[in-house]
Every structure is written in structure tokens, then in C-alpha cells.
Design a protein around this ligand. Structure first.
Ligand SMILES: Nc1ncnc2c1ncn2[C@@H]1O[C@H](COP(=O)(O)OP(=O)(O)O)[C@@H](O)[C@H]1O
Ligand SMILES: [Mg+2]
Length: 379
């Protein structure tokens, strides 16, 4: 390991947000399929476990679409919203952000603002506009939502609206939010929507429960992991471009080691890129993977305090097995000294609720891949 630390070179493995197509790996088929759905007037529901790449895929797609004529794109993350008022605020701010780039901006949006009973305020320091909403009751809120959709309908361009973390709407205190949104979205003939989120159960129930308002109103699209070879090629290309030699088989081994879980792979190669010299050696790979879990150790110890001792034992067992399909099999229970099958079942259930564990491909797996690696090492 060289002590060389990269400070003046751009790191081609962004870990926080979408930058541009060049630093975005693959997802060609997904991008095509989703854009094609929009062009044919269909909406999309995009789901997957967290940190697999839904948000950056949405931004990639919107980036492409924004270059088309007669198309406008809006991205709305509703994770921080708690009620319809917040939803209206977030949605209208996205519209304003988009209008800002156009002529006649103030006049146009002041119509919108007054229609939704909002007030435009400018940040003293940055001058960034935001909307203050003062809504008295549910009826008023519903009317404001209606006005937002009317605003979209009144523009001549086609809107593509991405609503990220859509499952959040089921936590709003107002009743019938699903039904109300469905009604508007159904009548929005010109525009299309993509609903995205990681709470599979909730999203599937919103969109496919017979009798629920959103029943079959959009195509279900479950995002998969990026193919190992494709991801390895992308990684190698960026190392080589920066004049760093790196072995393809090693890259592939480490992609698989992190289960092709995009964020964990991407973050690892970001750190490896930062710390490596002209020749990236196996020892560099090992050093960085050790370093990452070492740096996070304090978080992992904290997890132990947040979980019951049985839950923690179950985490260790799942980590050691690299995923478990039969959580109540005698073999598994006795191997890890888990004596009471029924309490193991409820421990797993609450680990799933806490998003420490997820169930996919017939197996319970640890969400945080680095935590899994640490547990495997420590126990
Ligand atoms: N196709 C990709 N190319 C490069 N990096 C990606 C890609 N998909 C995901 N990532 C990385 O993984 C991180 C998590 O992705 P994100 O879109 O936030 O996941 P999700 O929305 O599914 O929770 C991103 O910040 C980015 O660093
Ligand atoms: Mg996301």
C-alpha cells in the first residue's frame, strides 16, 4: 500500500448522488424499458431493497428525458414528508425549481402559489425560494393537491414525475390519500409518473391489492443487482483511465464479496481508488475492506445496544451462514444454540421491521453488507 492519497483527481465512483451518465454503470435495459413505458403512456412502480440504485436510476432517466423536446421532468423525494401539507410543499417546490429555468417565471408560479394557498419565501442568504403552506383542513389540502395536478395539465409539455419513497403516503394522517392521488393521476392523460420505494410490502399492497385504489395502475418493476461482469468492466475502465492497473478477477471477486449490493460495491471502489497508486494490488483490496469495517466499528457496537441479545444472536447466525432460508430448521437452531423456535421467529420479524434483515430469493439476509462482514470476522 502506498501512502499516496488522491486529492487532486476526481473520484469516478460517486457515492452520494447521481453525477452524469459517464459515472453511472449500466442499467441500459432498465432505462430503456422505463422510458418506453412513459412514451406509451404507462406509469411505473420501481422497487428494490435499499441502496441498490433506484434513486440514481431515476435521476439518470430524468437526466436523459430532460434533453427531449416538449418534456419536463420533476423529481420529488417524499421520505421527509409527514402529511399532505408537506407533500404539497415538496411537489410545488419541485415545480418552481423547474419553472425557474424558464422565462416569465415569477408571474407563472405566483398563480400556482396562490392556487395552493402558499407563500413564496426567499432564503436570505442563498436566495433559494421555498413555499410556505398554511392549510386549515383536509378539504383545503385536497383542493391544493387538485390545483397542482391542474397546473401540470395546463402546461403544453409532457411531465415525467418521479416520486421517490412513495410508500411514505401510507403514513400520512389524512384519510383516502391513496384514492385521491389515484384519481388525479388517472386523469393526467398527458403526464406520466414513476413511484419508487424500498418497502416492498407496502408498495405491492398499494399497487396490487385488488380493491385498493391504485390496483394495476402501473407496471411493477423490480430492480435487480448489476451483473458482475458489467460492473467489473465499468470499474476497470475508470481505474485504467486514471492510469491505474487493476486485475479484472480481483474486481469481480470483490463485487461478489459485497453481494453486488451497489452502494457497498461502489463505496469500496471509491475508497480503493482514493488510496491506490499505479498498481493496485491484492493487499490494497484487503487493506481497504478491513479499513472500512474498522471505521464503522462504533456503529456496529451501537447496533448491539439497540438489539435484544436474542436478536443479536440471530444476526450473528444469519451473517455466519451468509443468509438463511429455514429460520426454524432444527439444524440451524442447534448449530447456533437458539433454543426457542418461536422466539427466533419473532426476533427475525422485528429485525425485518427494523430493516436490519431482509427476505429475498428465499433467504433472510443482512441488510448492511459491511456489518455482515464484521459479524463474520468477530464471531
Ligand atoms: N448504476 C450505478 N452506477 C454507479 N453507482 C451506483 C449505481 N446505482 C447505485 N449506485 C451507487 O449506490 C448508491 C445507492 O444508490 P441509491 O440510488 O441511493 O439506492 P436506492 O435508492 O435504491 O436506495 C448511490 O449513491 C451510488 O453511489
Ligand atoms: Mg433511494
Amino acid at each position: 500500500m502506498t501512502s499516496f492519497i488522491n486529492t487532486d483527481e476526481f473520484n469516478p465512483f460517486p457515492v452520494l448522488d447521481y453525477i452524469s451518465p459517464e459515472y453511472f454503470c449500466d442499467r441500459k435495459g432498465e432505462t430503456e424499458r422505463i422510458i418506453s413505458a412513459f412514451m406509451n403512456g404507462r406509469n411505473i412502480t420501481l422497487l428494490s431493497i435499499r441502496r441498490l440504485g433506484k434513486t440514481v436510476l431515476l435521476k439518470h432517466i430524468l437526466h436523459k428525458l430532460s434533453k427531449r423536446k416538449n418534456t419536463r421532468v420533476l423529481y420529488i423525494d417524499i421520505l421527509p414528508t409527514e402529511n399532505l401539507s408537506d407533500f404539497i410543499k415538496t411537489f410545488s417546490e419541485a415545480i418552481i425549481e423547474d419553472e425557474k429555468k424558464r422565462r416569465g417565471f415569477l408571474e407563472k408560479i405566483s398563480g400556482l402559489i396562490s392556487a395552493i394557498r402558499g407563500k413564496l419565501v426567499f432564503d436570505d442568504m442563498s436566495g433559494v425560494p421555498s413555499v410556505e403552506i398554511s392549510i386549515k383542513d383536509e378539504q383545503e389540502a385536497e383542493l391544493s393537491v387538485k390545483r397542482i395536478f391542474e397546473y401540470l395539465a395546463a402546461q403544453k409539455e409532457k411531465y415525467i414525475v418521479a416520486i421517490d419513497e412513495f410508500q411514505q403516503i401510507v403514513h400520512y394522517p389524512e384519510k383516502n390519500v391513496e384514492a385521491m392521488l389515484r384519481t388525479h393521476i388517472q386523469h393526467q392523460h398527458k403526464d406520466n409518473f414513476v413511484f419508487s420505494g424500498s418497502s416492498k410490502d407496502i408498495l405491492v399492497s398499494i399497487f396490487s391489492d385488488y380493491g385498493k385504489p391504485f390496483y394495476q395502475s402501473s407496471d411493477m418493476f423490480e430492480l435487480q443487482r448489476i451483473d458482475t461482469n458489467v460492473y467489473a468492466k465499468f470499474i476497470k475502465k475508470h481505474f485504467n483511465k486514471a492510469n491505474k492497473n487493476i486485475e479484472n478477477t480481483l474486481i469481480k471477486d470483490f463485487i461478489k464479496y459485497y453481494h453486488n449490493h451497489t452502494f457497498y460495491v461502489q463505496y469500496f471502489f471509491n475508497r480503493l481508488f482514493e488510496k491506490s497508486g499505479e498498481d493496485v494490488k491484492k493487499s490494497d483490496f484487503d487493506f481497504i475492506s478491513e479499513l472500512i469495517i474498522k471505521e464503522r466499528e462504533y456503529i456496529f457496537y451501537n447496533y448491539r445496544n439497540l438489539l435484544s441479545s436474542l436478536q443479536y444472536s440471530v444476526m450473528i447466525a444469519i451473517a455466519k451462514e451468509g443468509g438463511v432460508s429455514q429460520i426454524n430448521s432444527g439444524k440451524f437452531l442447534s448449530k447456533y444454540n437458539l433454543t426457542q423456535p418461536s422466539s427466533v421467529t419473532s426476533a427475525v420479524k422485528s429485525l425485518v421491521e427494523k430493516e436490519m434483515v431482509y427476505f429475498e430469493d428465499g433467504k433472510y439476509q443482512i441488510y448492511d453488507v459491511y456489518f455482515e462482514k464484521w459479524l463474520q470476522k468477530m464471531y
